[in-house]
Design a protein around this ligand. Structure first.
Ligand code: E4P
Length: 224
């Protein structure tokens, strides 16, 4: 399963890439608004950092299909044709998805709250559907079960569309889907870091270092 960062702060992105196996970056208009800068400056910085082949998802914000298509053309003309354009899974969005897929663009159908939306988007030929796990939970439904149902639906229908699960609030939600084997998940930096946040592990590693130092001396390692 691919693991992406759901954030646009370049320092946060750099720092996670420095330590962890990261497959790309996803953004949305809310995430970009939190940077408080020209979105294209922020996005270009991310593109420069992850490289031309790096996976980057950028959302269109128009309400009408033809305008979404124009936005997709503009986004990809600046950030590269392999940029995944996120198109909301609404009526106008499905129209835009079909046009853009015929034109050969990479499309992520976003704002997925139900398997029915994912089915329509998959029929439009999108590359990813992005269900919002935690937001579905907050509506009183089961976000993880919804994603699993979407995966079963994609498999049963032999769609090539993958799932890019989004909107996680804890690592338990993420691991339920890792175990199920979906294509990708995008995590906020906090949830990403929590994947490795375990005091017992830290203590165990510290005890090993301390035991070795008591044998060989302070600061000594296996390099001697
Ligand atoms: C991704 O496609 C979504 O925009 C994002 O992950 C939503 O996350 P949130 O529910 O934490 O805002």
């Amino acid at each position: 399963m691919k693991l992406l960062i759901d954030d646009a702060h370049i320092e946060e992105i750099r720092s996670l890439y420095a330590y962890y196996p990261v497959d790309g970056v996803t953004t949305n208009p809310t995430i970009l608004s939190k940077c408080g800068k020209d979105p294209y400056i922020v996005l270009q910085e991310i593109r420069d950092f992850i490289g031309a082949e790096g996976e980057l998802h950028v959302q269109a914000v128009s309400r009408i299909a033809e305008d979404m298509v124009e936005e997709a053309h503009h986004i990809t003309s600046i950030l590269g044709k392999n940029t995944c354009v996120k198109i909301p899974s609404v009526k106008e969005g499905y129209k835009a998805m079909q046009i853009l897929k015929k034109e050969g663009y990479r499309i992520t159908a976003t704002a997925i709250y139900s398997p029915a939306q994912a089915f329509l988007a998959a029929k439009c030929g999108v590359d990813y559907v992005a269900p919002y796990v935690n937001r579905i939970d907050n509506l009183g439904y089961d976000g993880i079960a919804t994603v699993k149902e979407i995966q079963d639906m994609l498999t049963a229908n032999h769609f090539e569309t993958g799932i890019l699960a989004a909107s996680f609030k804890n690592t338990r939600q993420v691991m339920s889907l890792v175990t199920y084997g979906i294509t990708a998940a995008t995590l906020s930096p906090d949830v990403f870091k929590a994947m490795n946040n375990n005091q017992s592990v830290e203590s165990a590693v510290e005890a090993f270092i301390s035991d070795f130092e008591s044998l060989r001396g302070k600061g000594k390692t296996m390099l001697y």
